[in-house]
Design a binder for this molecule. Structure first.
Ligand code: NAD
Length: 340
């Protein structure tokens, strides 16, 4: 199947080329992000392979469909960037990689929490300047702290397990669907409000849907435990960034670790070190001493990249062979709450 790969980074090319060592797929790598301006690059291709910040709205899908594209292969789990109803109307299949390595994201989440809690990035920056003073670096034990896990699917369940069994945190959870792995750990399910109100740390692992957009807003922050930590390695728009900044200024929010940001498509995955960044909200966020941000890298392990590449090519093989699509996503599925 002739596939146009968008938003290609060197590691995408490396792992997809390795997975395609038998040469069954014709892959054309484009660095450009897929959007209205670049969609014509896919003319004559049967498939496009895309990532989290490629935009597949009805207009883009129109151009893709007219150019002969009949499948969108997401090399990620989330599919909030695809208008699934519009894809279905145009007869375009959408496939994804539902679970490439939940451990990659879960371990990174715990790493971010530790880095935030114990001020590890600030300490490292000081040591590089030969500043070994410890003032301002006081953390708190994770042991015994109450952590609220919002979304207990594949990633959230691993985070909950690591924090409960590894660190001895008191973990509570919120999810419309109870995961038996969580209940087996003795972790109680509570309402989202109760989790917000009673937790020292909130970590987000639910998908971005109309129901979860700005789940952490001014109201949620006002109801939370003063000084709580927020960790988001899920999707940026789960958090209202303006409300978060207000919460940091009022000290209601005690610390934030983000791997995702609601306007990240204008920033992440690119080297902007010589550019003027015009997003004032993002720039303000970076000024707080108790905020750490990474550029959507929680998935970035060798294991996950190999898995993504292999599953993506297997998804394309299924379409080419007319087999049932194990990893399809449809608008009906979007309406279902689990989305896993
Ligand atoms: P999953 O589908 O296995 O689990 C998601 C869980 O969220 C499900 O149990 C679902 O019932 C629950 N959920 C849905 N709506 C909810 C709500 N309103 N409140 C609470 N829970 C709700 O997904 P996963 O593999 O665990 O991934 C979780 C998210 O992590 C993905 O949606 C994706 O956005 C994000 N992700 C980020 C990265 C990264 O690199 N930062 C990588 C992979 C995935």
């Amino acid at each position: 199947m002739r596939t146009a790969v968008f938003s290609t980074k060197p590691y995408d090319r490396q792992f997809l080329t390795e997975a395609n060592r038998a040469g069954a797929h014709e892959l054309a790598f484009f660095e450009a992000r897929l959007d209205e301006a670049t969609a014509r690059l896919a003319d004559g291709f049967e498939a496009v392979c895309v990532f989290v910040n490629d935009r597949l709205d009805a207009t883009v899908l129109d151009v893709l469909g007219a150019g002969g594209v009949r499948v969108v292969a997401l090399r990620c789990a989330g599919f909030n960037n695809v208008d699934l109803a519009a894809a279905a109307e145009r007869g375009i299949d959408v496939v994804r990689v539902p679970a490439y390595s939940p451990h990659a994201v879960a371990e990174f989440t715990v790493g971010m929490l530790l880095a935030l809690d114990r001020n590890i990035p600030r300490a490292w920056a000081r040591v590089r300047e030969n500043n070994y003073a410890l003032d301002g670096l006081i953390g708190r034990n994770l042991h015994g702290r109450r952590v609220g896990v919002i979304g207990t699917g594949k990633i959230g369940a691993i985070v909950a397990r690591i924090l409960k069994l590894g660190f001895g945190c008191e973990v509570v959870a919120s999810d419309p669907f109870e995961n038996p792995e969580i209940t087996a750990l003795g972790i109680p399910y509570l309402s989202r409000d109760s989790v917000m109100e009673g937790s020292d740390v909130i970590t987000l692992h639910c998908p971005l849907t109309p129901d979860t957009r700005h789940l952490i807003d001014a109201r949620a922050i006002a109801a939370a435990r003063p000084g709580f930590f927020l960790v988001n390695t899920s999707r940026g728009a789960l958090v209202d960034t303006t409300a978060l900044i207000a919460g940091l200024k009022s000290r209601m929010v005690g610390g934030v670790a983000l791997d995702v940001y609601e306007q990240e498509e204008n920033l992440f995955f690119e080297d902007l070190s010589n550019e003027i960044v015009e997003d004032d909200v993002f720039q303000r966020l970076l000024t707080f001493p108790n905020v750490i941000v990474t550029g959507h890298q929680a998935f970035l392990t060798e294991e996950a990249l190999a898995n993504i590449a292999e599953t993506t090519l297997a998804n394309l093989d299924d379409v080419a062979a007319g087999r049932p699509l194990a990893n399809t996503v449809t608008a009906t599925r979007l309406a279902g709450a689990s989305m896993s």
